[in-house]
Design a protein. Structure first.
Length: 298
């Protein structure tokens, strides 16, 4: 020991007594978050608005309200019109429990039954991310994210081995910051959706003061909060170019479609934009104009 520097020896000795996150801490957090999720799940199955409100973050309550109203449905009744059943987690394998500031998540792996009538032996192993926020000192459930691993057999194999290194990196980390609660939207004049195809891009849309989930190297359709109104509708796109494999081209196309209520022609395209060149500008300000001409379709 006489050759060990004194400062290093002090640090090593002090480290024996420094508090750290222990398995017991993680188990306690997991038990708490599990209960909150199960309470949230039970509230949906029982169709209890009071129980759902108690277990759900204020942010998610407002997002849910706005989505329901923007689709021309009735709030809060439509909360319980579920296309899928919230999955049971008791038989899933926990990969990670992590809290960063007022945000936390549980990542589960296994046969995630979404209540679609698929035989349990035919359900493949996939990922389920449960997200939580701490509001005023109390954890509340926020949202679920189902990740299909059919196109990622290497990730599925790593999860089965119990060594999923990918969960240590973004986007598999709690953000550490609570999102701003959106303002309540009004009943839409025209129910509409935004279609974003962003290959080789990361695109975040903002329409009439509402922010939308970022589309990363993917194609997605998102309900337009508050719908579209006759006249001008402000659209801003925040665009980040991503690396693309050699020989592949970037693709960026943004469309707005309006629902007509006519079964023969359920929707019409009222807006269509592609950048004049690639890579696109980092910020693009556009206008979705609804008038007699555009309402006939673009």
């Amino acid at each position: 020991m006489r050759n060990v520097p004194l400062l290093l020896l002090i640090c090593l000795t002090a480290g024996l007594f420094l508090p750290s996150t222990t398995r017991a801490d993680e188990d306690a957090l997991r038990a708490k978050l599990d209960k909150i999720y199960l309470d949230w799940r039970s509230s949906l199955l029982a169709k209890s608005l009071d129980a759902w409100t108690r277990s759900t973050t204020v942010y998610r309550q407002m997002v849910t309200r706005n989505l329901i109203i923007s689709q021309g449905q009735t709030y809060p009744d439509a909360i319980f019109d579920l296309p899928m059943t919230p999955p049971e987690i008791l038989k899933l394998k926990l990969l990670e429990v992590e809290a960063v500031g007022p945000t936390a998540h549980l990542i589960y792996f296994g046969k995630i039954d979404l209540g679609l009538g698929i035989s349990p032996d035919k359900i493949p192993n996939n990922l389920l991310v449960l997200k939580f926020f701490n509001e005023n000192g109390a954890w509340k459930f926020d949202s679920t994210k189902f990740i299909n691993l059919n196109s990622s057999p290497d990730i599925r194999e790593a999860c089965q081995r119990g060594n999923p290194e990918f969960i240590k990196h973004p986007p598999f980390n709690p953000p550490g910051v609570l999102p701003a609660i959106p303002k309540p939207c009004a009943k839409p004049e025209k129910v509409a959706a935004l279609r974003v195809e962003a290959m080789g891009y990361e695109v975040t849309a903002h329409i009439n003061g509402y922010d939308y989930p970022t589309v990363i190297d993917n194609a997605e359709q998102q309900v337009i909060i508050g719908g579209l109104a006759r006249g001008d509708n402000d659209l801003r796109l925040d665009i980040k170019a991503l690396p693309v494999p050699p020989g592949e081209e970037r693709v960026l196309n943004v469309q707005a479609v309006m629902y007509t209520g006519n079964p023969k022609h359920p929707m019409i395209k009222v807006f269509d934009w592609t950048p004049p060149y690639h890579p696109a500008e980092p910020t693009v300000k556009l206008n979705v104009s609804l008038n007699n001409s555009s309402l006939k379709g673009v």
